[in-house]
Design a protein. Sequence first.
Length: 430
Amino acid sequence: MSDLALLGGQPVRTKPFPQWPIVEESDVQAVAEVVRSGAWGRLGANQVHEFEKAFAAYQGAAYGLSVNSGGVALELALICLHLPRGAEVLVPAYTYMATATCILRAGLTPVFVDIHEDTYNIDPARLEAAITDQTAAILVVHFGGLSCDMDAVLSVAGKHNLRVVEDSAHAHGATWKNRGLGTIGDVGCFSFQASKNLNAGEGGMLLTNDAQIYTRAIEYHDLWAGGMLEREGQLGQGSMRSGATWDYPVAASSNRMPTYQAVLLHRQLERLEEQTELRAANGAYLDDLLDDLEGIQPRRQDDWVTRDSRHLYICRYDPDAFDGLPRETFIKALNAEGIPAAPGYGRALHRTGLFQDRNGELARFWNRNGGEPDIDYQSAPCPVTERLCAGETLWLSQNVFLDTPEGMTHIATAIEKIRASATDLRSSVE
Ligand SMILES: Cc1ncc(COP(=O)(O)O)c(C=O)c1O
């Protein structure tokens, strides 16, 4: 008789994994101080700029610009590159929708490229085949905080004169060959949305080493950009105060980060390194434990991955090793054992409503942007992404990796326990 928790037995894990976010009294005090000061907006206060400098330095970039979301950071990054209207941007089919919608919102055309099943990152071997004379950029995603093969990406980009944007929404503190992710291509974009390893509920940042991109980003992110540019020494000190007016040179919108948000992020940045080390160590330990288990395959950690932020811990589930138990039942059983696993994305990005309904919103979009491109999202094949979404993927989120090593053994033990009773479980749900 099975002792699986899903069938009424005792769970492997009885206490919850660490909650996210972690709130310290000093966070509350820091935000309260800003609230009391009345200086809530970015203009006229220094805290946002101080946080930008600190995060850019932490990640290893020359410049950082805070904005109100990771998606906006991506959109601004593409706008700042001044690519030709409608130009194609290569993007992985397995990522959050914002990585595709930012391309559309910048007036460009997403072209989906399949991922590699061992890494869940864009498959560099498929890049060349997706390049046309319209291709202008590659938008890579360091998915879950695991670095893409940037040597391969940069080499293809160099050969075809393409710009490289890094969606680093999951990659705070993660590195490629000991360099901070988001600092390797032309622009890197981070999210500070609630689930992220560094968060203020919402928010984002754009990093770059290119002074021109940084200046453009300031201009596009803020109709009042003159004041910031003056402070940066790019307009000449005193020019705004001496009465010169800002002449609105670009079609900007307001995407500034408020002061209390930057203060909350700055407080958490002080804890990020320690938390990232803990997640990395626990993640590596779980990799070792799972390597010995049949039917569960953690992601490959290539030599260039000098630190994985473990924002999402992803592994592949092989139902054959569990007597054909469907992934959904396996996840239910894991949850019952006290392990908060999830299936992740249900479909590839080009299978979402936006890209499938070509007469709906997508048609309105092409109308606004100079006509329909010669791309058929209905038949765009990304077989690896589709297979992994359909029934093979498991996610664990970053807060699990703030636990003790014992927590990692609970995960491996629960998986083994389910495998040992997979036949009983399958027959009980059939
Ligand atoms: C891979 C990826 N890119 C971009 C974003 C967008 O970030 P935001 O929600 O801050 O706009 C997210 C958010 O979850 C994401 O997961």
